[in-house]
Design a binder for this molecule. Sequence first.
Ligand code: UDP
Length: 325
Amino acid sequence: MRVAVTGGAGYIGSVVVEALINGGHDVLVIDNLCKGHRDTVPKLARFAQLDLIEQADVVRALRGFKADAVIHMAAFSLVGESVASPGKYYVNNVTAGIALLEAMREANVGRLVLSSTAAVYGEPAKQPIDEDDPTRPTNPYGETKLALEHALRWYAGAHGLSSISLRYFNAAGATATNGERHDPETHLIPLVLQAAAGTLERVTIFGDDYPTRDGTCVRDYIHVEDLADAHVRALGALSEPGICRAYNLGCGGEGYTVKEIIAAARDVTGRDIPTAVVPRRAGDPAVLIAGSSRISRDLGWQSRKSLDDIVTSAWQFMSVRAGAP
Ligand code: UDP
């Protein structure tokens, strides 16, 4: 298949591109490089540095590439920033997202896989969370992703667009070549590993007074390679027009607390990891665990990697980039 990947030079995007190329697909990466890194784009993929808001340019790129499908991962994704700057999120995640859907319509591309998020659920009433549970986002990040999911329903009815939205829980880990390179870094696992490497003085734990087994937040961490596998499977399930589905992507089970992640990183690295407890971060639900049985049933997808795989691969990636630890 000929697949255009928006945001394909970002963290998750770069791993999805790797999986597509390994699966024998032709890939066009579309990225404006506001966050992504040009050097992640493999030689076998084409690259177009484009802003999705420039609809005519995107139409030209999709037509020139003869795209069969789009994986749309270009978006802003930080909860705190979205609360502080909602307009930035509406413009990039909704306005540019709709411009992409219009460009796809003009270029006659009828298949889409959308990166969505557990943030569409807000403060969930039960765990694990299922796809039919209420979607009540508590921040503009989740709200803007949900807005695009809703638009897909109307595009399916009006234009026959087929789509699958993948609601990620906590993506983490790395491949041998691609991993997290955010600036500034805000995610727990890379920060914990920076503290292990000595490039960060200490890990700040955002609250230890949650109603959880050790007082810190529980999250469902999923290896980025398992996520990428789900994207490839989702593409294969879009052969008929008018499909519109959403799937959770997590490992389920009990999840891991912030303190358990730090303990796992101490085991993997053999290093001391200094910590300090600070007040809760605004907008953090106590527990987020995915119920992923729907995608297992429909697409045969299963997460295969453990927390140890996640932390070990992220540590190796960081060590290779920094020179030997
Ligand atoms: N967290 C933390 N300290 C940090 C960064 C994150 O305690 O420096 C916690 C955060 O409160 C959440 C979990 O780690 O419970 C995962 O946060 P992250 O930002 O990695 O992902 P999110 O859950 O926001 O998508």
